[in-house]
Design a protein around this ligand. Structure first.
Ligand SMILES: *Cc1c(COP(=O)(O)O)cnc(C)c1O
Length: 244
């Protein structure tokens, strides 16, 4: 490892500690256990050459929002990290992406869910997904509108090779994270209301919500997965040639 890499590793360790402290504090406020929340490290701002350092910094659940980038980076930490897909997944990228990920957070349409189901059926296994919900109503955001999801429950129940493990949402970018709380509250309400309508083969245990700006509020509102990028990597992504 070069001198600059070990310096970066020190910076990463510090950032992980700081985020962990914030997660723990939010858990304390909410009366929740730290073990109920999984930290998902979003690597999209990092350059490729830093990816192999992440497991050493204690980050072994990694996520990308672009399939091609995930494919490439998966190889860089083969066997040392698990990957989640958190961005829009085009149907022609499913086949190559699914074997590489343990969870798709961003199942954002019935068409995509059906396509995943068909592929999984032909391969004889079940695929774990979260359904993305547009809780903010912003037009530039993907995902099911809450009403839409409620209307589509029967169709989702028919997907035998998809295991819907929970819901995911992205709150709007707000300066005051308190303003994100209604989105998180809405996702949890939706989860509670759908849980009994969904076939027992599914289990809506997961709530993927909370990013760097708002993860503490999300934890207070019941997040089980927080997707964190800039709070972990802001200090190393700048000046190291990262783009995107
Ligand atoms: C980029 C991204 C994140 C992480 O955002 P930060 O604000 O950098 O923590 C989380 N979720 C999704 C879907 C993203 O695209």
């Amino acid at each position: 490892m070069s001198a600059s890499q070990s310096q970066i590793l020190t910076t990463l360790h510090r950032a992980v500690d700081a985020v962990e402290q914030r997660i723990n504090a939010a858990c304390d406020r909410a009366g929740r256990k730290r073990s109920a929340i999984q930290l998902v490290a979003v690597t999209k701002t990092l350059p490729d050459n830093l990816i192999p350092l992440l497991p050493e910094a204690g980050l072994d659940v990694l996520a990308e929002n672009r399939p091609q980038v995930l494919w490439r980076r998966h190889e860089l930490v083969e066997g040392r990290a698990r990957w989640h897909m958190i961005g829009h997944l085009q149907r022609n990228k499913i086949e190559r992406t699914l074997p590489l990920v343990e969870l798709v957070h961003s199942a954002d349409s019935l068409r995509l869910l059906s396509a995943i189901n068909q592929l999984a059926l032909s391969q004889g296994h079940r695929v774990r997904v979260l359904i993305e919900v547009n809780t903010s109503g912003e037009e530039n955001k993907g995902g099911f509108a809450p009403n839409d999801l409620e209307r589509n429950i029967a169709a989702i129940n028919d997907l035998r090779a998809v295991h819907v493990c929970g819901l995911m949402t992205m709150a709007p970018l707000e300066e005051d994270p308190e303003h994100c709380r209604p989105c998180f509250w809405e996702l949890r309400r939706l989860r509670d209301s759908l849980a009994s309508a969904l076939a027992p083969a599914h289990s809506l245990t997961e709530l993927s919500m909370g990013m760097s700006n708002d993860f503490e509020v999300a934890i207070e509102e019941g997040a089980t997965l927080v997707r964190i990028g800039s709070a972990l990597f802001g200090d190393v992504a700048t000046g190291s040639g990262a783009s995107g």
